[in-house]
Design a protein around this ligand. Sequence first.
Ligand SMILES: Nc1nc2c(ncn2[C@@H]2O[C@H](COP(=O)(O)OP(=O)(O)OP(=O)(O)O)[C@@H](O)[C@H]2O)c(=O)[nH]1
Ligand code: SF4
Ligand SMILES: [Mg+2]
Length: 408
Amino acid sequence: MQAPKSFRLHIGIFGRRNSGKSSILNALTSQEVSIVSEVAGTTTDPVEKPMELLPLGPVLFIDTAGIDDTGALGEKRVRKTMQVFDRTELGLIISKYDEWGTFEEEILKELKDRSIPVIIVFNKSDLISESSCLNRSFSAEKIPVVETSAITGLGILNLRQAILDHAPDDFINRPRIVSDLVVPGEMAVLVVPIDKEAPKGRLILPQVQTIRDLLDNDSFCMVVKERELREALKRLNTPPKLVVTDSQAFLKVAADTPPEIHLTSFSILFARYQGNLSEMVLGAITIDSLNPGDKILIAEACSHHPIGEDIGTVKIPRWLTQYVGGKLEFVNHRGHDFPDNLSDFKLIIHCGACMWNRREMLSRMMKARMAGVPLTNYGLTIAYSLGIFERALQPFPDALEVYISNKP
Ligand SMILES: Nc1nc2c(ncn2[C@@H]2O[C@H](COP(=O)(O)OP(=O)(O)OP(=O)(O)O)[C@@H](O)[C@H]2O)c(=O)[nH]1
Ligand code: SF4
Ligand SMILES: [Mg+2]
């Protein structure tokens, strides 16, 4: 299932001919989507490239033609590029490091007048030795500046991070936890174990937020403990659209839920809601390449976990050790800071980050990506090591496809 065009963040790429717009786009996508040529003005029509820019999500890059041109062909090109401003939600201005001038200022003004967030990219930095040749400071206006080389790849990850940092809030903050999967009039059954780790007299935040999302959506919602699930399903005269369980009860709930009913966990819903499910699926797949002795980082967003104190310290280490068939080295970490030595780890396993905003979790995923370490989350790890990964991904066709085309 493709995300509709309107759900994609539209990123317009502007700049003079030959500044490297198409090359930057190619470096970002690692695919040859636009023709790169030494002849100025190759790109005449804006080229649209929809893609999944991990960890951010679905974006549409609009690669414009250089518009510093005159003459008949040039005018047509300018007009087409001007139209791109109308659908741009985040603008990149690509300039060769020493070429910034009136032309770029005009694009900047156009974007600012329209209140479109903008990132300035000084490209071809491989051609200069000193770190910066900028003839103008943008810090007073708080405009982000990234130096790149589309040829060496330098700064491309920083550009990704800048795109993530400056994407508009309403794109970053997904409105839905589960209600896109369970439409009005359909039912979700939520399985909430009440064991000694459950907080006294209440439910935990991800459960409450999921219930609220269903109610706001005019969907039905039934909440049961894992022991009552089988009987509850029997009493319904229409099967529910989805069963959502606490990941710790995955095995029992999978056994008690008929295979034709979709099943997932709260934690996997939050991988999608707070992070990026496809990227975390890729992270989980690397569990198969773990070897005894490997170092694993288990990270929790809160400095104090309100429940299940032992999921990260006892249960996940136990399940993973069994899966890998040898001793692994686990490091548990809590709070907002990530350890400095990220690249020492073979895998990062994160909590659902229910207390954070999504941008913070995505930034953390970006840090992991920059360190070259795969990242996944609790629910996905549990599903993977218990052998029910594919089933837990059934409600998410995109993520399932990522799994099927990348599984070992
Ligand atoms: N050294 C160096 N060359 C680069 C870099 N980026 C692009 N180039 C080269 O600059 C030339 C133009 O690159 P393009 O990506 O086609 O530039 P463009 O901005 O898309 O050009 P138009 O589509 O004509 O407006 C090509 O020869 C690229 O190989 C870079 O970072 N460093
Ligand atoms: S933010 Fe993480 S550690 Fe804190 S309650 Fe949510 S899932 Fe647990
Ligand atoms: Mg081009």
